[in-house]
Design a binder for this molecule. Structure first.
Ligand SMILES: [Zn+2]
Ligand SMILES: [Zn+2]
Length: 161
């Protein structure tokens, strides 16, 4: 490993080089690291107290902490309402997204793939009619076939272009 950095003397150079890339001796970096360490530890401490609190609350029963139990009840019902609201807005966002995709698909030319501006009826690139694909009816038997079908699925007649 040391050979990679020019023999034994290279280690000091390596550390020096890294320090230049990541200035760990920068006073602000040191402050940030120390603050992060402290807040991480405080968070862990709070989580343990929280776990203890839940156990004590469960063991003693809600009646032992009437004021907190009331607040908790309110918060829990608010949580339920917030979850329902989240579900509703997620549904709305999903509907808006699929509506947008549908609109994008409707203005994308089935012939050449050009995406045209909204409200355009014919492709600006090749003149193909945009919007819902025309239904293809067999000229022979009248069977409705998917657009682009070459031969009627019912009678085998060649479909018109
Ligand atoms: Zn086109
Ligand atoms: Zn047919």
């Amino acid at each position: 490993m040391a050979d990679l950095f020019g023999g034994l003397g290279g280690l000091g150079d390596l550390v020096g080089g890294l320090t230049k890339i990541m200035p760990q001796d920068d006073p602000n970096v040191k402050v940030f690291a120390a603050q992060k360490e402290l807040s991480d530890l405080q968070k862990q401490e709070a989580e343990i107290f929280c776990a203890i609190g839940k156990k004590v609350f469960a063991a003693d029963g809600a009646a032992a902490y009437p004021a907190e139990a009331d607040k908790l009840k309110l918060i829990q019902s608010n949580i339920q309402a917030a979850q329902e609201k989240l579900g509703v807005v997620q549904g709305e966002a999903q509907a808006a997204e699929s509506a947008k995709q549908e609109a994008d698909a409707a203005r994308t030319c089935p012939q050449c793939g050009t995406m045209n501006p909204e409200g355009v009826k014919f492709c600006q690139e090749c003149g193909t009619k945009l919007g819902a694909p025309e239904k293809a009816f067999c000229p022979q038997c009248g069977q409705e076939n998917p657009t682009g079908t070459r031969f009627c699925g019912a009678c085998g007649a060649r479909m018109g272009e």
